[in-house]
Ligand binder design. Structure first.
Ligand code: AMP
Length: 529
């Protein structure tokens, strides 16, 4: 970007270069191809310096102008804005929804009866100043994020419902396999947790639930993998992090991030606000513990430090165990010690008479700790985009000369659950269709009624294209047929039963297979386009 000022993402430039070389340049040696593939595997692990060195080594230039590139530099993805009319107070648009939950931790913990574990969820807009927004819904500057913050005791990350997901098997891609150039392998989740590949049970539980959620939405399980973050890719505070990646025509896309963020967020808020964001575990019997006690002697400190006394006291009290014990031994041997007070920006001399440091035995009735948080974070636009790709297919028309579009959305997901058609235009069938439509509305089932004279095959094709799973066709006043979109199979039900059957199969209480087993089958060429 040195000539025009245009910015590019360094990792994207290197990724595009490697992919293009591997796919299109037939002259590269086998060793070069292995090297480039390795770079692709560890791309997210490279530091800014390493990215810059590779860009130089391969002579990568600006994609549109071929101008030379400057060294990469970090860039703040947060959007800055100003709050209020003066324009003097800077603010930042939230890059994730999570922080609102952390600042409310105290209240949320109280609402949960002061017990762990518990979770809070939030859905809303998130804003990131992406350098190059592209690929439709996949990389945008404003997107819908849905996040769960599940708070746990850091000493007990078991999950009561873990056994419900432990036997699941799906594609997992741990760090070691990525670095050694292997591909994702079908793995039993329980084994990955017991071998320590996944850091803990609660993280494993959410990985399992995300798998179930995505596959139930209609994501193809063979094009879904859980990839562990590489060491440098992971936020410095995270204990472990896995991304649910879905394969689409744009490659593997990170759609859900599932991270153990440890106690980082709560601690950071606590440090800045001074409000204790902690949880307690009451002991059944009081425990005797050895505690470090730092007692500043305020009278002595006041005489020496006057107006600065408060800051010196706070700094003494904030010492960790090692610092305090070091000070204690120096005071005992030398009688005084130099002590740096950050808030004053200076070093002061502390005398033996100014502070007492000791270890005392105390009875404790409870343990106080900062909870860890496990966070699944769902990018809604990305999931919906991938769902469209995985749900779409083409099938031949009855005559075979036309390809018809179909979305195989599961009934639970499809925005319109069924259509109602009179088979032919006639008043009686139209009246029955309207009665059924009314009962569907009363049952809360979103549907479309189509009383146009278009051929039934065309009307079916139209609804298949919208991903409507069921079509009710009125061909008599007493009973109607229900056609399932993908099999095109039809059953016959009484007019009064139609809405109840629809409710049951679209709520997920029963399946089409149950309906197929319980009702007479109807065969008619009209279900064919
Ligand atoms: P992260 O906090 O970076 O793990 O992001 C959480 C989720 O938000 C990701 O798994 C993506 O699904 C989604 N996401 C992140 N950045 C974008 C973006 N620029 N556009 C759309 N979705 C995004």
């Amino acid at each position: 970007m040195s000539k025009t000022g245009t910015c590019y993402r360094a990792d994207h430039l290197l990724k595009d270069f490697c992919n293009e070389k591997i796919q299109k340049d037939l002259s590269i040696s086998a060793e070069k191809a292995v090297e480039l593939k390795h770079i692709l595997a560890v791309l997210d692990d490279l530091s800014a310096e390493e990215l810059g060195a590779k860009i130089k080594e391969y002579g990568i230039t600006a994609p549109d102008t071929r101008n030379p590139l400057s060294d990469p530099y970090p860039f703040n993805l947060m959007f800055q804005t100003s709050i209020g009319p003066s324009g003097l107070s800077p603010g930042y648009m939230r890059p994730e929804t999570a922080q609102g939950i952390f600042v409310n931790f105290k209240d949320l913990y109280y609402y949960n009866g002061n017990k762990l574990p518990f979770a809070a969820a939030q859905i809303g807009q998130a804003f990131r100043n992406e350098i190059s927004p592209r690929q439709g819904l996949l990389r945008v500057r404003e997107f819908t994020l849905a996040e769960i913050e599940h708070f746990v005791d850091p000493d007990d990350k078991s999950h009561p419902k873990y056994s419900e997901v432990a036997d699941l098997e799906f594609l997992m891609f741990p760090r070691e396999q990525q670095i050694s150039g292997q591909s994702a392998k079908k793995t039993c989740l329980g084994e990955a947790v017991s071998k320590g590949i996944v850091n803990n049970e609660t993280l494993g539980y959410f990985i399992g639930r995300v798998y179930l959620f995505l596959t139930r939405l209609g994501i193809d399980k063979d094009r879904l993998r859980f990839r562990q973050h590489l060491a440098n890719e992971m936020a410095h505070y995270a204990a472990d992090c896995w991304d649910a990646e879905i394969e689409s025509s744009y490659g593997w896309i990170e759609c859900v991030g599932i991270a153990d963020r440890s106690a980082y967020d709560l601690r950071a808020h606590m440090d800045k606000s001074g409000v204790p964001l902690v949880a307690h575990e009451k002991f059944s019997e009081p425990k005797e513990v050895e505690k470090l006690v730092i007692t500043p002697v305020k009278k002595e400190l006041g005489l020496s430090f006057k107006g600065n006394q408060k800051k010196v006291v706070e700094a003494l009290e904030a010492m960790n165990e090692k610092e305090a014990l070091d000070m204690k031994s120096s005071l005992e041997t030398k009688g005084e010690v130099e002590f740096h007070v950050c808030t004053l920006g200076e070093t002061v001399t502390i005398k033996k008479s100014m502070v007492s440091i000791s270890k005392e035995k105390k009875k404790e009735h409870q343990r106080t700790f900062t909870p860890s948080v496990i966070e699944p974070s769902f990018g809604i636009g990305r999931i919906i985009y991938c769902l469209y790709e995985h749900s779409f297919y083409l099938r031949s028309s009855k005559t075979g000369d036309e390809h018809l579009n179909v979305f195989r959305f599961p009934p639970l997901v499809a925005p319109i659950k069924c259509t109602v058609f009179p088979l032919v235009q006639n008043q009686l069938y139209e009246d029955v269709a309207k009665i059924i439509s009314k009962s569907l509305t009363a049952a809360g089932i979103s549907h479309k009624i189509d009383i146009t004279g278009t051929s039934i095959g065309k009307r079916y094709a139209r609804t298949d294209e919208l991903g409507v799973p069921f079509a009710i066709t009125v061909d008599s006043a007493a009973s109607v047929t229900i056609r399932e979109r993908d099999s095109k199979d039809q059953i016959r039900v009484n007019v009064e039963e139609a809405a109840t059957v629809m409710k049951s199969v679209t709520d997920g209480n029963t399946t089409w297979a149950d309906a197929w087993a319980n009702f007479p089958h109807h065969s008619s060429g009209s279900a064919e386009e």
